[in-house]
Design a protein around this ligand. Structure first.
Ligand SMILES: [Mg+2]
Length: 344
């Protein structure tokens, strides 16, 4: 703390206290958290016979969200959702989340700024509760850039040797996605026109695929428990990009049926001419893409989420789209650019 002004130190202390207050480490014999916030480290105890999975994700203002488009609750929700979606993709159950948050200097000095941080935690806490993941620690500092910077670390557990990987796909496997695609990009396009301040009271729901994406934790757990999938990835960067990752790691190609793609209603309604592009390349849908042996009888829903067959893994190294007339078109990775080229 050497060299800090008292005012800054107080601001940081208040934020650490806030993270501590938000932490919800459950106590009791069943808890995986032996020690939560308050010491130099947290102590976790994974379930017997399980492996620990770790993922980390930045949430950077101007790169992953805009304060004038995304309400603070959405920024908190999305920061956690990104990590939870990675756990879902591997069929892991969340153990604990760790948040590092750096608001800009001026934010902690105004009532409006502190209210923004409160609302950020409101969104994060709501998703943490529904996902049964405790916030077990964190760090805070002043962002020198004038932008909000956050980093979240998620730990999860899966039965030893059972976590789903990108590399397990084989030629002939059927390809499936959860939910619907393109909704997050469609809502982003709508937010560009209508400020989020007109959205009204905070209520995370399925009808806000951009602001409040729903990580498919229960689907990932069901895939592992029922031994349904050979490979999986979450759709953070867009189907075209994430499918290329899965194919690369599995050393296969793929054929996708364009008419089979489940396109989000919001995308179909917002700009029908862009809906397919959003579904293929939009990103941030946080649905799961997974492969399964062709002999598996896949249920039409898992954990209440629709499951749609969209294609097949192939022996080639190419990824193709097959249109309604049976014509083949190459599908190039064209995923998620976010605001990188557009707004900042
Ligand atoms: Mg991922």
């Amino acid at each position: 703390m050497l060299g800090l002004t008292m005012k800054k130190a107080m601001g940081e202390l208040a934020l650490i206290e806030q993270i501590r207050a938000e932490s919800s480490a459950p106590r009791g014999r069943m808890s995986n958290i032996v020690l939560g916030i308050g010491d130099d480290c947290a102590i976790l105890r994974p379930p017997r016979g399980h492996e620990v999975l770790v993922t980390t994700d930045f949430t950077l203002e101007g790169r992953h969200f805009r304060r004038d488009w995304h309400p603070p609750e959405s920024v908190g929700h999305r920061a956690l959702a990104r990590g939870l979606s990675d756990l879902a993709a591997m069929g892991a159950r969340p153990l604990a989340a760790f948040l590092s948050l750096a608001p800009p200097r001026e934010m902690m000095r105004t009532a409006a700024g502190r209210r923004w941080v409160d609302r950020f935690f409101l969104g994060l806490r709501a998703l943490a509760k529904t996902s049964a993941v405790p916030l077990a620690g964190g760090d805070t500092a002043e962002s020198p850039s004038g932008h909000v910077l956050a980093d979240i670390v998620l730990l999860g557990s899966a039965p030893a040797g059972r976590a789903l990987r990108r590399s397990g796909g084989r030629p002939g496997d059927a390809l499936y996605v959860t939910g619907a695609l393109g909704g997050a990009a469609a809502e982003l396009a709508l937010l560009e026109r209508t400020p989020s301040s007109k959205l009204g009271k905070f209520a995370a729901s399925q009808s806000h695929p951009q602001l409040y994406p729903q990580p498919r934790l229960a689907v990932g757990l069901a895939l592992v428990r029922r031994n349904l999938a050979t490979a999986a990835i979450d759709l953070s960067d867009g189907l075209s990009t994430d499918l290329a990752h899965l194919c690369h790691e599995s050393n296969v190609g793929a054929e996708i049926s364009t008419p089979a793609l489940p396109i989000h209603l919001l995308a179909q309604q917002a700009v029908p001419a862009r809906a397919l592009d959003w579904a293929l390349n939009g990103g941030e849908d946080y649905e799961l893409l997974f492969a399964a042996r062709p002999t598996i009888r896949m249920p039409s829903t898992l954990a209440g989420v629709p499951i749609t067959r969209i294609g097949t893994l192939t022996r080639t190294s190419t990824i193709s789209l097959i249109d309604a007339r049976g014509r083949s078109h190459p599908l190039k990775p064209g995923g998620w650019q976010h605001f990188a080229n557009r707004h900042t």
